[in-house]
Ligand binder design. Sequence first.
Ligand code: NAD
Length: 391
Amino acid sequence: MVVKPRIRSFICLTAHPEGCAENVRQQIQYVKSKGTIENGPKRVLVIGCSTGYGLSSRIAAAFGSGAETIGIAFEKPSDKGKTASPGWYNNVAFQEEAKKANLTALTLNGDAFSNEMKQETIQKIKDTIGKVDQVIYSLASPRRTDPATGETFKATLKPIGEPFENKNLNTDKKVVDIVSLKPATEEEIQNTIKVMGGEDWELWMKALADADVLEEGVETIAYSYIGPEVTWPIYTNGTIGQAKSDLDRAAKAINQQLSSLKGEALVSINKAVVTQASSAIPVVPLYISILFKIMMAAGNHEGCIEQMDRLYRDFNNLSKDDKGRLRLDDWEMLPEIQEKVAGNWVRVNTDTLSEYADFDAYHSDFLRLFGFGIDGVDYEADVEVDLPMPA
Ligand code: NAD
């Protein structure tokens, strides 16, 4: 069938299989063009491997460092003529490219929060690569069922303490409007921590350690974000920020747990990029559109693959903050970048959007997430949408 984008607010209901595959191939090409990553991990588990930062981590580990990878994601296959989710097609493409490159790769589809998926993963590690020397934790989910109680918790994106009102980009209408958000209740804060905090990361590391599938010196990295003051009420000081600080707590706990293996748990603060997760956060798409314009002009703009390539390639030279977190957002947070962002934030409105922000860059990255707008893909051609996951 011929697949066209059907966008509804911050989601696209369709995904282009060939476009997603080309996006994966271009990311692989980027990593290969930079040459081999020396001293990188060799057996990597990526939890949240299908899109965004997790996919790019897997690509950098596999095609830069030659790592065998096991990836976990929660994606929808094609059903009754509907396209699969983009992460499904990305995983198919990753598997195919890994096979061509003779790299062991296995992708498991299901709920990473469940005990069953943890046990299945452990079994697959034992059956295939034996042990892992790196675990990437890159989940972004709106809900989580606690495996201990069966209770399902929902995350919210709200400020804490006070209502919040600020500029926002209506990406459907290309209009700068105002978003007003009521503060979260205590329950909403706790539920968001339950979904996006560090509990599941800890459960994963404990399950993997108990099953003896972690190499000595294992490293585990979870991704987080801080960003500038303009986004703090909704991000860092909001419900999601509380969940992210719980990752810092979890990193300490995991570090203790891994001490006998001489392992390390790290939080990496990554740059703001366009992903399905970030598109859903109020205010953030406008901030990203402004940031992209400024970083592109400064020549230090990065997307997921550039960030993750840098994570692996420059691992030992990356800056860390006083909490021991890796700061891959170092270029985003440069004072000269953030001063310009703050100035443009004040000036931007619907009429001045193209002067102070790069909506086209935002929108083009958004379309790419779903495999659209990618050079070299024939969008008028009939494509098979029902693709099985290769073994
Ligand atoms: P994303 O939406 O692109 O990816 C989320 C991944 O999680 C997908 O692979 C999805 O399949 C998987 N997933 C979701 N629920 C799952 C479940 N129940 N079981 C198994 N897999 C599941 O998101 P992203 O933006 O790449 O976010 C990844 C991490 O990076 C998050 O912790 C996010 O906070 C962090 N981060 C993102 C940004 C940004 O700007 N996007 C910046 C800094 C840090």
